[in-house]
Design a protein around this ligand. Structure first.
Ligand code: ADP
Length: 509
């Protein structure tokens, strides 16, 4: 298949008026409704207006995807991969522009949005490589002159629902493996970050992706997300978001016998042993807890401290947190941006109240920042609670904000018990210089990810990403494991004996 030449962006009618992409055409929602996307660091800054789609738009997008699937599935995987290689190259050229737009619509600081785009670039190249692998197996048949193998087949049309915290990286984790495996896609980006997903898909189109292979419907969860899950033309669903919504998506998909990958919350523990390099642990805790303003599913939201070092660690962490420069992520020197919207700030505020009522000690922060530099945005102070007990809600429930809980323990065994004593199981970490203890932690921490001498964040695209318990439903994104969701196994038998051979019956005796 020949790739069309990269074209200038055609995704808008006017500068800030963005459209759905259906069957290769940019178009408004059938009902004409729109919603506004604003900068969370300065809500007077309008990033753009996007279609508020409904079931009609979803239906049109799924139909377009079904049509495109007919030819896309027959395009050889190495050719599909060439489009991903070009996408990776174009994204690298556009990295700075897209990172700046992402900071504007989502709030996290420029270094981090550059990292977000980089993650999409890495995923593009990694998944493009799969175009020439995507291995199946050959295995001997029990019968003579018979060949047996297993091959990966595309699933069909995939419905994708994305969150706002990694607005380009997470859609790339979904789209790129799905595409290289030969699926067509309909994606509904989060309502807070539609532009970054649009930029990703625009890049795919500029790299030569045929019309209809990827379609975007913008809009809200109940109106645009739910119909995508329910649509009979969607063969599988990939969702990243909250456990509450994930449960509904999973239940609907199960009732329709659709494979469904859910990646949801976390309450991730970092264990700091008494033999740890304390400076390194404080630096890691600061990044793990307040990077992305704590709005990562892998954020370090619990820090378990050996009682011998708890006092010193707490003092150092509080000092460092109070020095963090909070502001507009586009400004030089800013280390932490705003929360993404008013609702997230209110969630942080609610948990401050809950933690205090439960008896935790507020060491620093605990409030919205409202000074001159912060007046127009959703800024929240880096917040640390000490004296937290494992059963308190602040140690059990996901806040998704710059709020971290410090707990103390007396032994490694107790630390593991506290770390595992939650309903989530995404990421964990241990700081220690004792190699045997590090290996025991790798074995005993019940989570999809364990870091040693690093905080709970920092996943790389070629390793499996996901978790146990309420964090997920057994699937993994990233790595070759992503291929397991976006393909279905077919067993193929070729009998060249020129006679009927019956398995399990014609045993040759
Ligand atoms: P968050 O609280 O982090 O925004 P959500 O789970 O609410 O996480 O949102 C994640 C994604 O799920 C978003 O794209 C959102 O629009 C979508 N969503 C929300 N509600 C529903 C729903 N009922 N059905 C399908 N998708 C939904």
């Amino acid at each position: 298949m020949k790739a069309s030449k990269p074209k200038a962006s055609s995704s808008t009618t006017t500068k800030h008026n963005y459209l759905n992409l259906i069957g290769g055409h940019w178009q408004p929602a059938a009902g004409g409704a729109t919603f506004k996307n604003r900068n969370p660091a300065d809500t007077s800054d309008l990033v753009g207006t996007f279609p508020a789609s409904t079931v009609k738009d979803v239906d049109a997008a799924v139909r377009a995807a079904r049509e495109a699937f007919k030819t896309w599935r027959l395009t050889p995987a190495p050719k599909r991969a060439e489009i991903l290689y070009r996408t990776g190259t174009l994204l690298a050229e556009r990295k700075e522009e897209y990172a700046r737009l992402m900071t504007r619509e989502m709030g996290k600081v420029l270094d981090e949005t550059r990292g977000d785009v980089q993650e999409a670039i890495d995923t593009a190249f990694y998944m493009a490589g799969e175009g020439r692998r995507m291995f199946g197996q050959t295995t001997p048949s029990e019968l003579q002159s018979k060949f047996a193998m297993s091959v990966r087949m595309p699933v069909g049309v995939i419905g994708m629902i994305a969150p706002w915290n990694f607005p380009m990286a997470i859609p790339s984790w979904k789209l790129f493996p799905a595409l290289v495996c030969g699926n067509a896609c309909v994606i509904k980006p989060a309502e807070d970050t539609p532009l970054s997903t649009l930029n990703l898909v625009q890049t795919l189109m500029d790299a030569g992706l045929p019309p209809g292979v990827v379609n975007i419907v913008f809009g809200f969860g109940p109106e645009a997300g739910a119909p995508l899950v329910e649509h009979p033309g969607v063969d599988a669903v990939s969702f990243t978001g909250s456990s509450e919504v994930g449960r509904m998506v999973g239940q609907t998909a199960a009732g329709l016998f659709k494979p469904c990958s859910l990646e949801m919350g976390g309450k991730n523990a970092m264990i700091v042993m008494d033999d740890a390099d304390l400076n390194l642990a404080v630096e890691g805790a600061l990044w793990g807890a307040f990077g992305t303003t704590g709005q990562r599913c892998t954020a370090t939201s619990r820090i378990l401290l050996h009682k011998k070092i708890a006092g010193k660690f707490t003092r150092e962490l509080v000092k460092a947190a109070e020095k963090l420069r909070v502001g507009n992520g586009l400004n030089d020197g800013v280390q932490m941006g705003p929360q993404v919207n008013q609702q997230q700030v209110e969630t942080s505020e609610r948990y401050i109240k809950i933690a205090r009522e439960d008896g935790a000690t507020l060491e620093t922060g605990g409030k919205r920042l409202t000074g001159k530099a912060h007046a127009n945005g959703y800024f929240f102070a880096p917040t640390i609670f000490s004296g937290v007990k494992s059963k308190m809600r602040i140690a059990q429930e996901e806040v998704f904000g710059p709020v971290v809980a410090l707990l103390e323990f007396k032994s490694f065994e107790e630390a593991v018990e506290i770390a595992n004593g939650i309903s989530y199981g995404l990421s964990t970490s241990i700081y220690t210089r004792d190699v045997n203890r590090a290996y025991r932690a790798m074995r005993d921490l019940e989570a999809g990810i364990t870091y040693v001498n690093a905080p709970t964040i920092g996943a790389e695209v070629h390793l499996p990403f996901g978790g146990v318990r309420k964090t997920g439903n057994g699937h993994r994104e990233g790595g070759t494991t992503a291929l397991d969701f976006y393909t279905t196994w077919k067993a193929v038998y070729v009998d060249y004996s020129e006679r009927l051979q019956r398995a399990q019956i014609d045993t040759g005796e």
